[in-house]
Each structure stands twice: as structure tokens, then as C-alpha cells.
Design a binder for this molecule. Structure first.
Ligand SMILES: CC(C)(COP(=O)(O)OP(=O)(O)OC[C@H]1O[C@@H](n2cnc3c(N)ncnc32)[C@H](O)[C@@H]1OP(=O)(O)O)[C@@H](O)C(=O)NCCC(=O)NCCS
Length: 143
């Protein structure tokens, strides 16, 4: 089955909600639809999906920001997830390649991401794709 990478659309909300659940961020389709609307209105965000056989089998977000540390912009990957039944078949690699192409097209000088310590499989994946581990993430939930 061929895998197509395309921009997410509002009617993808239910399938993206399922994938976000697999990533550990469960959400209702309606809520995901509202997030898609906000991201769709942003000039500095792009949400890409992988489609195979009429189903969405993966997702990645790219966010571009200005930087004080670098002359050019930096791109951050987010929400990378491949459907459980399709992992290990190259979908993640294809999604990250598309995100990297987007970052290059926007003249970014850095592509980076944060990942939880527990996601050891993802760490191996990122290394296989040429990413270097360069830091730690600290987070504070604001309520
Ligand atoms: C991490 C993830 C996105 C990788 O996507 P994928 O489609 O399964 O990965 P690919 O098939 O494209 O693998 C690319 C390479 O990474 C390596 N790799 C991928 N997943 C791996 C794992 N769990 N353990 C070890 N190596 C792995 C493979 O060896 C592969 O190399 P190859 O092409 O030479 O065989 C996917 O496994 C996933 O959704 N995991 C759960 C969610 C998650 O952790 N997301 C990342 C959040 S930061």
C-alpha cells in the first residue's frame, strides 16, 4: 500500500483523535477539530498526515519560530505518532522526511523536538534518522 503525506483537514478530526490517544493525549474528536482549526489558521504551523488505503496511519506537526540564538528560524516537530498496526514499516521515517522538507523550504537552520524519557523506542528512531540527543526537557503544567 502506498503512503501519501498530505496536510491535515478538518474532517480528519476523529481519526486524529484516535492517534492522539495512542500517543497518550486522549481527546474527543470535537476538541481535536477545534485544535485543527486553530492550527490551520496559523502561518507558522503545519500538520501533516500519512494516508494509506484511505485511512490515516500517522501524524506529525511542524512549528516554525524566530530565534535569538540563531540567524535563521528553528522548526520544532510535535505530535509524531504512527498507528500501532503500522509501526516499523517506514511511515514515521516518511513523516519526518516531509517535516524536514517543510523546515528546509522555510529556510530553518534547526529541526528539533522534545521527547519523554520513557519513549525509548522513539529515541532509537530519532537517532536512526540523524538526530542527536542534545538536552533535557523540563515542563510545568499551568492550570
Ligand atoms: C516512534 C514512531 C513514530 C516511529 O515510527 P515508525 O513508522 O514505527 O518508524 P519507521 O518504520 O519509519 O522506522 C525508521 C527507523 O527507526 C527505527 N525504529 C523505529 N521504531 C523503533 C523502535 N521502537 N525501536 C527501535 N528502533 C526503531 C527502525 O530501526 C527504522 O530503521 P530502518 O528503516 O532502518 O528499519 C512510532 O513507533 C510511534 O508512533 N511510536 C509511539 C509514539 C511515539 O513514541 N512517538 C514519538 C513521540 S516523541
Amino acid at each position: 500500500v502506498t503512503v501519501d503525506i498530505r496536510d491535515a483537514r478538518p474532517d480528519d478530526a476523529a481519526e486524529l483523535a484516535e492517534l492522539l490517544g495512542q500517543l497518550g493525549y486522549p481527546a474527543e474528536a470535537d476538541a481535536v477539530g477545534r485544535r485543527l482549526e486553530r492550527l490551520g489558521a496559523s502561518d507558522v504551523d503545519r500538520l501533516l498526515v500519512a494516508e494509506a488505503g484511505g485511512r490515516i496511519v500517522g501524524l506529525v506537526g511542524v512549528h516554525v519560530s524566530h530565534s535569538l540564538e540563531y540567524d535563521r528560524d528553528a522548526a520544532k516537530l510535535s505530535a509524531l505518532v504512527v498507528d500501532e498496526g503500522r509501526r516499523g514499516t517506514g511511515v514515521g521515517r516518511a513523516l519526518v522526511a516531509a517535516a524536514e522538507a517543510e523546515a528546509r523550504a522555510r529556510d530553518c537552520e534547526l529541526l528539533f523536538l522534545t521527547t519523554a524519557e520513557r519513549r525509548t523506542g522513539a529515541h532509537t528512531f530519532y537517532r536512526a534518522l540523524g538526530f542527536e540527543e542534545t538536552g533535557r526537557r523540563f515542563a510545568k503544567v499551568l492550570d
